[in-house]
Structure formats: C-alpha cells, structure tokens
Design a protein around this ligand. Structure first.
Ligand code: FRU
Length: 490
C-alpha cells in the first residue's frame, strides 16, 4: 500500500477513535509482537529520544508515526520505568501542532536541571515547494508528566555554510554551562556535527563545527551524542552515505563512534581514532545514551533502519527499541553489556554442558521463543562452533565462530519471513580465540547476540514461525565443549 502525503501528515486528532481501534486490532493480531522490548502500540517507531532519569523514574520517548508502518508526521511517544526493563506506556508526549514543527517533532534528547526535565528536539517543517526548514525546539516536563513547550523555537535557522539538514539536538551540562550537539550537513553535502552553548538552557549561542578528521565521511550525520568515559571523549553518530567495505558498513546506514581526547571546547577540535561501528547485526540505528541513577552510561538504539520494509508492515506497525546496554570503554573500544536489571525478567533457569564431536545436538529442556541464553564454548580441535536457534524443520537462525577464517557470523537467511535481503543475509566480524561466549536475548521477532561479554553485538530482527522453538549446539570438523544457561524472559 502506498501512502499519500495527506495520509502521512494527518493530525492525530483527525483520526477517529474507530479507525484507531481497527488499527489496534490489526496490530494485536500480529504474530510478531514482542514480549520484552519497547514497541509502538500502533504505527511506526524509530529513534529513541529524551532518555533521562527524572523524578525517580527512567523516562524514554521515541519517534512515533501513529497511523501505520510508514514515516510521516512524527510525534514523541512516552514510556517510563523504574528499572529500565519493565516499561509502562504513557501515551503521546509531543504532538507537533505548532508552526515550527508542522511536519514532525523530530529526534532529540532530555536533560534534568533544577527539578525539571527539559526536552530538546527538532521541529521539522516543509514549505509549499516541500523545502525543509528545521527549528530546534525545547519543552519542559513537570513532575506530573505535563509537557509545556517553550514559547517558540530556541534556534530558528541553520548557521551559514550548512544545509537544511540540521537536527537531533543532544544536550549535556559541564560545570555551569550547557552544550548542545546537532547533526548537520555542510553545503558541500558532507556530514558533520555542530556545537552550541548556553548559560541558562534557554538562550543558545553557536560555537562552531566540531573539527574531526572525517572531512568527507557520508552526506549527513544523524543523531549525534557526546559522552565522556574514563577521561576520554566519545562522539557517537549515525552517518548516512557510507559504502560497504568487506564486513563493514553493510546496512543501509551505519551507527558508530570515535574515541579521542575530550572535545576541546575552545578550539572545537576533537582529536580521535578511527570510526568504529557499534553493532554488527542487521537492524541497529540512531542510538542514544543517558546516565543511570547510579552513574552508569546506558545506551538504547532503534532496532530498525530507515527506508526498509518489514514483515510487520502488513499488520500496521513497525520496529522496536533495543534492550538497554551499559557502555564501558576498554582499549579505546566501547563494550556493550546488557544492563544487569534484565535479570528481573528471568524465570525457569535451565542448564546444560556437553562435548560435541563433529555433530549438532539439542536437549529436551532447552528450547523457547523468548529467552536469555548464555553459552561458553571451548573451541578445542573443531573448526566451527555455534548455535542454531528459533529452529524448526525449515527455519533456523545461526550464530557461529569459524576458527579457520577467524570470523563470527550471524546468518538469518533461513530465519523465517525474509527482511532486507537486498542488503545480504549474513553479517560477520573478525575474532581470534580458543574460547567464545555467546549471550543471546531472543524475543518473538528479534535477537541480540552479545559476544565475549559485550566486545561485539549483533542486533537483528528475525521473523520465524511461532513453532520454531528449537535450540541446537554444534561443532564441525573436530571436538568442542560448551556449557549453557538459559532463562525464560517475559
Ligand atoms: C534518524 C532520523 C533523525 C530524525 C528522525 C525523524 O532515524 O532521520 O535524523 O530526527 O529520524 O523521524
């Protein structure tokens, strides 16, 4: 089904209750609704926004098009949680009904200051010729979760030298000053980020472009985030327009980061190492971080990508968010660990340990559709070790380590209903070791595979049948051993 411009830009209030109920019914009948991931009640979810700990709870918002599985007039949807893993739907938060957001309340961030949660976002507008005019906007959320928008935009036009692609403000505070980083495009159509500063969170001054070593790295940098860990500066962003290179950059768009010395805010220089991808899977984009109540740096991403169709489209919804992950810096690399609160979702622990001699084995008590599975392999004399999950006679998703070519691969070529196959059906990353751990979080229509305590992550949607519940452990070309623990999650 194609959606006309009118349909994509219909106001929330112009859609009747009856129409909404019908859509909800269709969504609820979908076999791929998730059980422990944040997903939209109807319509399309994209970037996580405004992630913050405020007033005793985690507040998280996401980009939301309510009326169907397409990109259109974007709203912010609100969810809250006390532990980052059990979330409550709170409904619509930002409805774009002002002139400066006529074509969507686009992505942005949240920061708590003096007892209020401030939300920053991009007001997207289009003129009659459909030219884009972005505004940077602010709203305040009270302790009663009431949202009050600022009287008008806080930044009304892109600085000279940049196109209309300036969006996704991320705000933080250092000492007594607030900083805002914004994704941008230079007039020569290359991507970069811009920095603003404020003393009072309301009036913003343009400091300039952050100077990196990446002069021509894609045509637009979306959803930037700047954090500091262990006295290093880390710039996270999602560049568009990067060509695939072997196992790298195989998705339509990428998300990654640069690690360097803390950003020099007087020279604007950011002295950094190479761009590193955050995720090795098929579906990961536009992540955002915040600090947990106890000071851990937590990241959540969009488990999806722009400009792709997904099998849930026919049921009137699309996409979900990733699980929250704690970020730790190790040897200039970000390690991602599923937050420890995820243990709150566990039930029914099962265990198995075995030796495999050039064979594939399953165990009667180890199976499921929504679970956590931790597997440690000793590679031994084998050539390949791995796990097949969500299996049935004709479906399986495979993650394996090949000791000969030193690669870890996720293969969704037989996972079930196809998705994004024009971008390939396997993803891989290099690794060399005698042992390997696979830590899987499998939901109804996704898997997140953490390798070796978060050194690599493969995040992917998969669309298997509900009877594909098998789990198999295998070793090829020799002998290997493994031990595994499994919990049901809900
Ligand atoms: C990234 C993005 C952002 C933008 C938002 C609109 O997925 O394109 O740059 O603010 O989505 O929904």
């Amino acid at each position: 089904m194609t959606w006309s411009r009118e349909e994509r830009y219909r106001k929330y209030r112009d859609v009747s209750e009856k129409e909404r109920m019908l859509l909800k019914k269709k969504v609820n009948a979908c076999p791929w609704r998730q059980s422990f991931h944040i997903q939209p009640p109807t319509g399309l979810l994209n970037d996580p926004n405004g992630f913050a700990y405020f007033n005793g709870e985690y507040h998280l918002f996401y980009q939301w098009f309510p009326h169907g599985p397409v990109h259109g007039l974007k709203h912010w949807y609100h969810v809250t949680s006390t532990d980052m893993v059990n979330w409550q739907n709170k409904g619509l938060a930002i409805e774009p009904n002002e002139f400066y957001e006529s074509h969507g309340a686009f992505s942005g961030s949240g920061i708590v200051d003096q007892g209020d949660l401030y939300l920053f976002y991009t007001g997207n507008t289009r003129d009659e010729e459909w030219h884009r005019h972005p505004y940077q906007c602010m709203a305040k959320m009270t302790k009663e979760n009431e949202l009050v928008k600022a009287a008008g935009p806080i930044i009304s036009s892109p600085p000279k030298g940049y196109t209309e692609h300036v969006r996704d403000p991320k705000v933080w505070k250092t000492g007594s000053l607030f900083y805002m980083i914004i994704g941008a495009q230079r007039e020569d159509k290359t991507g970069c980020v811009l920095l603003y500063q404020s003393r009072d969170i309301k009036e913003w001054e343009f400091l300039g472009e952050v100077i990196t070593k990446l002069d021509a790295f894609g045509y637009m940098w979306e959803c930037p985030d700047y954090i500091e860990l262990d006295h290093k500066g880390i710039l996270i962003f999602s560049p568009q327009g990067i060509e695939a290179e072997g196992d790298l950059y195989n998705n339509i768009y990428q998300s990654g980061y640069l690690v360097g010395w803390p950003l020099n805010r007087s020279t604007m220089n950011f002295d950094h190492g190479p761009f590193q991808e955050l995720d090795r899977g098929f579906d990961f984009y536009a992540p955002q971080t915040t600090l947990s109540e106890d000071g851990r740096r937590i990241m959540i991403g969009w488990m999806g990508l722009p400009e792709m169709n997904y099998p849930t489209d026919e049921n009137g919804w699309a996409h979900c968010l990733t699980l929250p992950r704690e970020l730790v810096l190790k040897d200039e690399k970000l390690i991602q660990r599923p937050v420890r609160e995820l243990a709150n979702l566990r039930s029914n622990q099962e265990e198995v340990a075995d030796q495999l001699l050039n064979e594939r084995k399953s165990y009667p008590h180890i199976y499921g559709t929504t679970y956590e599975l931790e597997v440690e392999f000793e590679v031994g004399t084998s050539e390949v070790v791995g796990i097949e999950f969500r299996t049935s006679e004709n479906e399986k998703t495979i993650v394996h380590y090949n000791h000969l070519n030193k690669k870890i691969t996720l293969d969704r070529s037989e996972s079930g209903k196809e998705v994004g196959t024009t971008y390939g059906t396997t993803r891989a990353v290099g690794y060399d070791g005698e042992t390997i751990t696979f830590h899987l979080f499998v939901d109804v229509s996704s898997c997140e595979v953490f390798i070796n305590d978060g050194e690599e992550v493969f995040t992917s949607r998969i669309f298997p049948s509900d009877h594909s519940t098998g789990i198999q452990f295998f070793a090829q070309g020799g002998q290997a051993s493994f031990q595994a623990k499994k919990w049901d999650l809900s």
